[in-house]
Design a protein around this ligand. Structure first.
Ligand SMILES: O=P(O)(O)OC[C@@]1(O)O[C@H](CO)[C@@H](O)[C@@H]1O
Length: 336
């Protein structure tokens, strides 16, 4: 791997509390939990952890007090970190996991970032971006944050020469794409639900027709997005670049928790990119890393020994055109 640096910003980090249910979730009943665990999370934090686990040069930027349990946990992992103190605790997000791999996420809104905190975070990202290969802007924005803040950050990072990857959803994703080509990221990592949100269609329609999927991806490129890494949970992923489109099938695994699998996929793609790999190999590494993460409990990230790129089948074009990617079972879905 080359020595390129990746900077991640997690504007809305979390402590991820995983609660293992003994059976299927029964609403209104008492559940006697199995093992529970708490891990440092938030999408950018997960990307940074996955990159660090693979030995990459990474720096995570998070709004959090130096004494916050999130920061303590990240220090314990020796993750290089820049913190911007907020004076409020980091949110806790809950994952309810069922024995069949189904994951239900309950995410708190998070700590609001006022204009001063946003300026401090933006300055921290810009400073860290100088000399970095990639800046990753990942996850939701905390309550009250202007939805076009990611667009503003992309423009600011552009000036540093670093490439920008974005993984977000709903309002911030729509605002980013509405902001025009100057704010379009070099890499966007939607899942099927997020792509459907911006394409004005449904996830089912997207997965049912390669033409609909292709049109949605092409609309992103037309808006200036460089590459699109579309993660499809248990059905694999699609990578679309200026050179073409590739699809990958995920290897068969026993799913333990899909939380953070998409983040590990993005990390896998970036690792391969830093190593100079062509698109098909970047996609292979993305799917291998995401699948390895889904086989682990909670939002754990895989070690290089747990990632098996050889088990991933990559082919040019869209997933089986036709047939389409099999409908993603609940246990294999990308959970935001
Ligand atoms: O609420 P957001 O910011 O959309 O997502 C946050 C989150 O669900 O994403 C990660 C998994 O991708 C978890 O670590 C975290 O709890």
């Amino acid at each position: 791997m080359s020595g390129g640096r990746v900077v991640t910003l997690t504007a809305n980090p979390s402590l991820d509390r995983t609660l293992a249910l003994p059976g299927a979730l029964a609403r209104g009943e008492v559940a006697r939990l199995g093992a529970s665990s708490t891990e440092p999370g938030g999408k950018g934090v997960n990307v940074a952890r996955a990159l660090a686990a693979a030995g990459a040069d990474v720096l995570a930027v998070v709004p959090a007090d130096p004494t916050d349990p999130l920061v303590t946990a990240l220090h314990a992992l020796h993750l290089p970190l820049v913190t911007v103190p907020t004076g409020a605790p980091v949110r806790t997000n809950y994952s309810l996991t069922e024995p069949d791999g189904t994951t239900t996420k309950l995410n708190e809104p998070g700590t609001p970032l006022d204009a001063g905190l946003r300026a401090a975070l933006a300055a921290a990202v810009a400073a860290a971006a100088a000399g970095a290969d990639w800046v990753v802007l990942s996850g939701s924005l905390p309550p009250g944050t202007p939805e076009d803040w990611y667009a503003e950050l992309v423009r600011a990072v552009r000036g540093t020469g670093a490439r920008v990857a974005v993984d977000t959803s709903e309002g911030p994703l729509r605002a980013l794409l509405a902001a025009g080509a100057a704010s379009a990221p070099d890499l966007l990592k939607p899942n099927a639900e997020e792509l459907a949100q911006v394409a004005g269609t449904t996830e089912a329609a997207l997965l049912a027709d390669p033409a609909v999927l292709l049109a949605a991806v092409r609309a992103l490129h037309a808006g200036g997005v460089g590459e699109v890494l579309l993660t499809l949970g248990g059905a694999g992923a699609v990578l679309s670049t200026a050179d073409g489109v590739w699809s990958a099938r995920a290897p068969r695994i026993a799913v333990r928790s899909t939380v953070g699998a998409g983040d590990s996929s993005l990390a896998g793609h970036l690792l391969a990119d830093l190593a100079g790999a062509p698109p098909a190999e970047r996609l292979r590494r993305a799917v291998a890393t995401g699948s390895a993460a889904a086989a682990l409990p909670g939002s754990a990230v895989p070690t290089p020994e747990q990632v098996h790129p050889d088990a991933v089948e990559v082919s040019p074009g869209l997933p089986g055109t036709p047939p389409l990617p099999e409908p993603v079972p609940a246990a294999g879905r990308d959970v935001p």
